[in-house]
Design a protein around this ligand. Structure first.
Ligand code: ATP
Ligand code: MG
Length: 632
């Protein structure tokens, strides 16, 4: 086995040869003419002149060897459906949707907005778009009409694909009325709407605009739609960031670079083999869903599970039952889901045969040590934290066991992956930090590797201004995350740069304080924010969900527990890090992808407007905090 250090060094020092090799992992109609064109930084054009197609690489390419093997396994515990599509069947369904889109007037380069629940038709729709060179723009199903309207105006789709309804915890969530309202609100009007009728909720069809998926599909049962070969730099999709730190940013991705990046990551990082089953519990509304529910596993010739439902319904064994049943080898989830499971009876994880499973990958938020240890113990497989962003499309920090086996360190997502020239910068002096333990902003030196965003959709200036202009005099990409690195080069994410707290001149990451508080045995979840303070500049304020609410039944009990938590922080981090108050809540405001909305909490604590809340999951969670801090 090669050493990872050599592999990584080669990816930067012999860039073109390295990526030309990786490019062999996918099919090309015409081979790339130029590997990396970085003549106009910070923009990078990968594999220019080469023509390929994402859908071909995900579907058609596998017909030769595995037409009758499982490709897409749709499981809904909401509607009790379970359907397996082989590669041959997937190929047929995708062509049917492609034919429908062509009939509705879609041409190469047009946008198709997908506002769908986690059903197989959503996967067909995404693949149908890239098949014909149209760009998909997936919007998380069930988003409020206002958020959807702004995305319609930004993506200006010719067609919207949706469904009558989604379902959550057994409750039907009608989508059609939200969509109708969004189209009314939006300035841009799509010319057609394609609707899957799941029979969950009645729909009022708009004459001349709305089309039912079922009957249109019947018309195209046998229509063949060949793949449109597009240049490697042809955009494949647009997708919004989670909106954790502010207004979501529209990420534009290419075709060839993305396909190569995913194929390489499936081999070197996820180690998924053709014929095996991959299970990512994410949603197609997020980047993990794009890269590791749909494209990555399929490009690798794996079957992929698409799951609609909760991790705890009908019981907390539902995911592990699927692992046993479909012999899942690689699984991908988020710390927030593991924290949900942690509150359930651990016996559910022991009930099923998990011997097929080789690793569980977790991403999206810092994975605290206690949670990592708990799940590692419960599953008995390696837990692989990985750090990345909607912008990157695939992991920036993790470990690549496909190159060289490396240990995971709990609390750390790992080391920089091949293709990424990651640095830590002191944001005051703009100097590079090289000593272990120093804290700085995680930045990446260009050119960015394949798969990375091409630009902000229709806004090159915003791309440059947002990401590449924060360190004066140096054109580097800022992740806006704050971290430290240990002597082995492992990174530890300390929080967002926005979340750094400055208490009387001491700089602390919210994550450090949260990690400390969560080591108290009664704490289930915690959010820490910095709040403006006349005396100290800023003070830390903690919001805690406790495991057993009977422990804070009255004010005296609350004060006792608050004191205990402060002592834990004092002893682990020192008195500077001690939160000025610890408040108890029953829920924390999060984005729909499960990330803590610290900036909204902070704004409320400072009696300011909470800002853009378009991606909030449960407004009641923020309301609890608002009630504690009524606006001035
Ligand atoms: P927005 O950019 O709109 O504010 P967002 O940054 O949450 O939203 P995403 O692209 O979904 O949008 O999330 C990327 C961010 O998630 C990273 O920048 C980092 O802060 C956090 N993150 C992802 N994975 C990890 C991880 N393994 N450990 C720590 N943090 C992580
Ligand atoms: Mg971000």
């Amino acid at each position: 086995m090669a050493s990872f250090a050599d592999f990584h060094a080669r990816s930067l020092n012999d860039r073109d040869a390295f990526w030309a090799e990786q490019a062999q992992l996918i099919d090309w109609q015409t081979p790339p003419q130029e590997i990396c064109d970085h003549s106009n930084p910070p923009f990078t054009r990968w594999f220019a002149g080469g023509t390929t197609n994402l859908c071909h690489n995900a579907v058609d390419r596998h017909l030769k060897d595995r037409a009758d093997q499982a490709a897409l396994i749709f499981v809904s515990t909401e509607t009790n459906q379970e359907v397996t599509y082989t590669f041959r069947q997937l190929h047929a369904e995708v062509q049917r949707v492609a034919a429908m889109l062509l009939e509705l007037g879609i041409k190469k380069g047009d946008r198709v907005l997908i506002y769908m629940p986690m059903i197989a038709e959503a996967a067909f729709a995404m693949l149908a778009c890239t098949r014909i060179g149209a760009l998909h723009s997936v919007v998380f199903g069930g988003f409020a009409s206002g958020s959807l309207a702004s995305r319609i105006d930004n993506a200006t789709p010719t067609v919207v694909i949706s469904a009558d309804a989604g379902s959550r915890s057994g409750k039907v969530v009608p989508y059609k009325p939200l969509l109708d309202e969004a189209i009314t609100l939006a300035k841009h009007k799509p010319s057609a709407v394609l609707l899957v009728d799941r029979g969950l909720s009645a729909m009022n069809l708009v004459e001349g605009r709305d089309h039912l998926y079922g009957p249109l599909r019947d018309k195209h049962l046998n229509t063949e739609v060949p793949c449109e070969w597009v240049d490697a730099t042809h955009p494949s999709y647009t997708l919004y960031t989670s909106g954790t730190t502010g207004k979501p940013k529209g990420v534009q991705r290419d075709t060839g670079g993305y396909a190569v990046a995913l194929a390489a990551s499936m081999k070197h990082i996820f180690q998924g083999n053709p014929g095996e089953t991959y299970f990512s519990t994410s949603d197609i509304g997020w980047v993990v869903g794009h890269s590791y529910i749909i494209y990555g596993p399929l490009i690798a010739g794996m079957a992929t599970i698409m799951y609609e439902g909760l991790p705890t319904r009908p019981d907390a064994g539902v995911w592990w039952n699927l692992v046993e049943k479909y012999k899942v080898t690689v699984m991908f989830s988020a710390p927030t889901a593991v924290r949900v499971l942690k509150k359930q009876d651990p016996a559910f994880l022991k009930k099923y045969d998990l011997s097929s499973l080789r690793a569980l990958f977790l991403a999206g938020e810092p994975l605290d040590e206690p949670t990592a240890e708990w799940i590692s113990e419960a599953l008995g497989v390696p837990i692989i934290d990985n750090y990345w962003q909607t912008e990157s499309g695939w992991p920036i920090l993790t470990i690549a066991n496909g190159i060289e086996k490396a240990p995971s360190k709990f609390g750390s997502p790992g080391i920089p992956m091949y293709g990424y020239n990651v640095k830590l910068i002191n944001e005051n002096t703009n100097e590079e930090m090289t000593e272990p333990g120093e804290k700085g902003v995680v930045v990446i030196e260009g050119p960015m590797p394949p798969g990375f965003m091409q630009t902000v959709w229709q806004d090159d200036k915003r791309f440059v201004d947002t990401y590449w202009s924060s360190i004066p005099g140096r054109m580097v990409y800022s992740t806006f995350d704050w971290a430290t690195r240990d002597k082995d080069g492992y990174f530890f994410i300390l929080g967002r740069t926005d979340d750094v707290i400055n208490v009387a001149g001491h700089r602390l990451g919210t994550r450090e304080i949260e990690e400390s508080i969560s080591s108290h045995p009664n704490v289930a979840e915690v959010a820490v924010v910095g709040v403006a303070d006349q005396l100290k500049g800023q003070v830390a304020m903690a919001f805690v969900i406790i495991k057993d609410p009977s422990k804070v039944a009255d004010d005296a009990a609350k004060l006792t527990l608050e004191g205990e938590i402060m002592k834990v922080v004092d002893s682990q981090l020192g008195a500077v890090a001690r939160p000025s108050r610890v408040r108890f809540v029953t829920a924390l405001p999060k984005t729909r992808s499960g990330k803590l909305l610290r900036r909204a909490i902070q704004a409320v604590c400072e009696q300011r407007d909470a800002g853009d809340l378009t991606t909030i999951e449960d407004p009641m969670a923020l309301k609890q905090i608002q009630d504690m801090f009524p606006p001035a």
